[in-house]
Write a protein that binds this ligand. Structure first.
Ligand SMILES: [Zn+2]
Length: 340
């Protein structure tokens, strides 16, 4: 086989070698979410020579993304271009010898299998639990390995999920914390360095899997704090009663779980209703949202004005997003500020 100068610094590594490089060229990897984690992971994978990349995202570029989403620029934000499209264009220019396909899509139970089937590995770069449960269902059902990653504040976590071999995401988080129960990066903030750290760990495991080096994949949950530099590896066990990897019941994939969005007739508003009703602590939510916009807390609801939208959030997790013309935008706004 002829030497490939482009990847010389990588093929010389005993961990990769020419064989590993050839496997990468044949591999298909999906990056689900092209925000902060997705920007970094997709860049690493494209430059490393992964032959087929699928970039999936529902959102458009905004100015406040640029602090940490390294694939985008001010022009993208001014034009509001879809992240998946901008990312694919940029990475195709970085490496013309690979195939980079953008999918501008709001991933749900109807389309996720089409988007992911045929992939050797999926990198999780989404920003909410609902999407991860959906990804976990699809991945376990089809036996596709994926790499969980999450960042918030100055800390982050990552764990590879190998279907049929060890715990799945539902073993790690048996129940959804529910809307409004956890901070989102829009309410708690995010340090850009933790994005690079967690994403680099995710990409490392994804490269191993794409090269067929499954036996070398790290099995533990990594928790890391970018500010203190402290990290810990935790061994997670498979749960005997896990409905997904043990019971093979895929509730999220069948649309039995997860939120629903309804466009409200005659109004420029969309109602978001979580499938499992939440019990929100409204004063607590109001306090947290004060960091991002103008907030009014009533006994029955919290009103938030942010980015030109008005959200009315009720104690059961239901919300009406005013000013959102379609359901995809409303879901994104809800996920950003209330969390799923
Ligand atoms: Zn499980």
């Amino acid at each position: 086989m002829a030497e490939i100068p482009r990847y010389a610094r990588q093929t010389i590594l005993p961990e990769v070698g020419r064989e590993g490089q050839a496997r990468l060229a044949e591999a298909t990897v999906a990056v689900m979410g092209c925000g902060a984690l997705g920007s970094v992971a997709a860049t690493i994978l494209a430059r490393s020579g992964v032959g087929h990349l699928r970039l999936i995202d529902r959102d458009v570029v905004e100015l406040h993304n640029l602090q940490r989403q390294v694939l985008y620029n001010e022009d993208d934000a001014a034009r509001g271009v879809p992240k998946a499209a901008a990312a694919a264009e940029r990475l195709q220019a970085v490496n013309g010898s690979i195939e980079v396909l953008p999918f501008v899509a709001d991933v749900d139970h109807r389309n996720i299998e089409d988007l992911l089937v045929g992939c050797d590995v999926v990198v999780d770069a989404v920003d909410n639990f609902e999407s991860r449960y959906l990804l976990n269902d699809a991945a376990v059902k089809h036996g596709i390995p994926w790499v969980y990653g999450g960042v918030i504040g100055v800390g982050g976590v990552s764990m590879p999920i190998l279907p049929g071999d060890g715990p799945c995401f539902r073993c790690l988080f048996p129940s959804d914390p529910g809307p409004g129960a956890v901070e989102t990066c829009d309410t708690a903030g995010i340090l850009s360095t933790i994005v690079h750290i967690v994403s680099a760990f995710q990409a490392t495991e994804a490269l191993k899997l794409a090269m067929g080096r499954r036996d070398e994949v790290r099995r533990e949950l990594l928790e890391i704090d970018a500010w203190s530099g402290e990290s810990v590896l935790l061994r997670i066990h498979r749960r005997e009663d896990c409905p997904v990897c043990v019971g093979r019941r895929f509730e999220h994939l069948e649309g039995e779980r997860g939120s629903s969005a309804t466009h409200m007739c005659g109004r420029d508003a969309v109602q978001i209703r979580p499938k499992t009703p939440a019990k929100l602590d409204l004063p607590d939510l109001a306090e947290r949202l004060k960091a991002v916009g103008s907030v009014n807390c009533h006994p029955m609801l919290v009103r938030l004005e942010v980015e030109g939208y008005q959200l009315s959030i009720f104690a059961d997790g239901r919300a009406i997003v005013h000013g959102a013309g379609d359901e995809t935008v409303a879901r994104a706004i809800y996920a950003r500020y209330v969390g799923l």
